[in-house]
Design a protein around this ligand. Structure first.
Ligand code: PAF
Length: 280
């Protein structure tokens, strides 16, 4: 027998959460489905830390700046439910009108430069869409703890900022990237890769990781140039590569700061992949 309770409508979910909250902490893991081991690590951490865990599965059209990308985003709710095994979860898989009813008013949050660099620069409007849906989901679920993966590190920074600005009484829990043994960061988009593309994509982590070896002998700007060159030499179609401060995400030039990170976005055929690691 499955331990999963499924909800499409907001009112029914809220009723169950209200009852469950009397028993302890509510954890929340928002996803767009196409679940993989990376999602399971967030879910299992939430289950270990909270009495009740809500998992949302909703492909949010508002955060896609490219219609083709939205269209080909993998969706299979029944496979996702199966993949969850015997975990005890409240699974919320709403329709568009449940998330965005006619009288819906989107939250406006000034994210400053956090939303204009890297993903914000190359996917205009993406973070406005993320803020809109996560703010709405937070209003619905009202969790004590919400879990986000560091693979979308910039998203995590944006959600942290949003939560502060909106004065929400909850903890945002960052979760380390889950990687395949090849080093490839787990992503729902990986299932869109051909065998060759998947093989080549393992080079992303290898190049980033090699960067760590050069931190002591190069400035951030020099390392950026070197890594861009390495990606080029291995035939990657690079969109951006940036070495930044871990909190402000401002590009570093001459000096290293503790926790400095390198971020990359590249295309494998038509599939866009992102990754990031801490350099020091
Ligand atoms: O990271 C994701 O899967 C999505 O951006 C999120 C947080 C579920 C919002 O749609």
């Amino acid at each position: 027998m499955s331990n999963i309770e499924r909800f499409t409508h907001v009112d029914e979910l809220r009723e169950s959460i209200k009852m469950a909250s009397q028993n302890g902490l509510i954890g929340f893991v928002p996803t767009m489905g196409a679940l993989h081991a990376g999602h399971l690590s967030l879910i299992d951490r939430a289950l270990a830390e909270c009495e009740t865990v809500v998992l949302s599965i909703y492909v949010n059209p508002k955060q896609f700046n490219n219609a083709k990308d939205l269209e080909k985003y993998p969706r299979n709710i029944e496979a996702d439910i199966q993949f969850l095994g015997d975990r005890k979860l409240l699974v919320f898989h709403p329709e568009y009108e449940d998330v965005y009813p006619d009288d819906f008013v989107a939250a406006k949050v000034d994210l400053g430069s956090l939303a204009t660099v890297m993903e914000g620069k190359f996917r205009p409007g993406h973070f406005d869409g993320v803020v809109t849906v996560v703010s709405r989901l937070f209003d619905i679920v009202d969790p004590d703890r919400a879990y986000f993966g560091e693979k979308d590190y910039q998203q995590l920074a944006v959600i942290r900022r949003m939560t502060q600005i909106q004065n929400r009484n909850m903890t945002i829990v960052p979760c380390a990237i889950t990687r395949e043994t090849s080093g490839l960061a787990m992503s729902s988009r990986n299932m869109l890769l051909s065998r060759e593309e998947r093989q080549k994509a393992t080079g992303i982590y290898a190049i980033l990781h090699d960067g760590i070896n050069h931190v002591s002998e190069m400035t951030p700007l020099e390392l950026t140039a070197k890594l861009i060159n390495n990606f080029g030499q291995q035939g990657f179609d690079l969109e951006y590569l940036s070495v930044t401060h871990p909190e402000t995400l401002e590009q570093l030039s001459d000096h290293w700061v503790p926790g400095a990170r390198v971020f990359v976005a590249c295309f494998m055929g038509t599939v866009r992949l992102i990754d990031n690691i801490a350099l020091c």
